[in-house]
Design a protein. Structure first.
Length: 125
């Protein structure tokens, strides 16, 4: 095989590698970035749900109408099927948020406790 042919083959391999990397790497990032950038934070007055794909949502405890464990497979800001369903109202509209905190039972107890505190505050006004 001539020297020019060997160089041509090397160029082909590099081109195929670049094309493969330019397709596969973005796909990998689209799959794994949401895993890193998903947070559920409990504040005094609301739950902050942050998800790279779905955006950010504040759910005030006083707007929560129901909260329960679920295995609902709908697409949401939840990484597993071991989820918590939060029913809440926004401007008179019923909304549902599905989340999957790692310590589901502990998270659920803490939200229920904070909801009770919000109800006590509301009643004392």
């Amino acid at each position: 095989m001539s020297e020019k042919m060997k160089i041509f083959q090397k160029i082909q391999y590099v081109t195929v590698g670049i094309a493969f990397a330019s397709i596969v790497l973005p796909l990998i990032l689209l799959i794994f970035i949401p895993l890193v950038f998903m947070r559920y934070t409990l504040y005094n007055d609301y739950i902050l749900v942050q998800c790279y794909i779905f955006g950010t949502e504040r759910i005030p405890y006083e707007s929560i109408t129901n909260i329960k464990k679920t295995w609902n497979p709908l697409s949401s800001a939840a990484l597993s099927l071991r989820r918590i369903q939060i029913d809440y109202t926004v401007n008179g509209r019923h909304e549902i948020m599905l989340i999957s905190p790692i310590k589901r039972d502990q998270f659920l107890r803490e939200v229920e406790k904070r909801m009770a505190i919000q109800n006590i505050k509301k009643e004392s006004l």
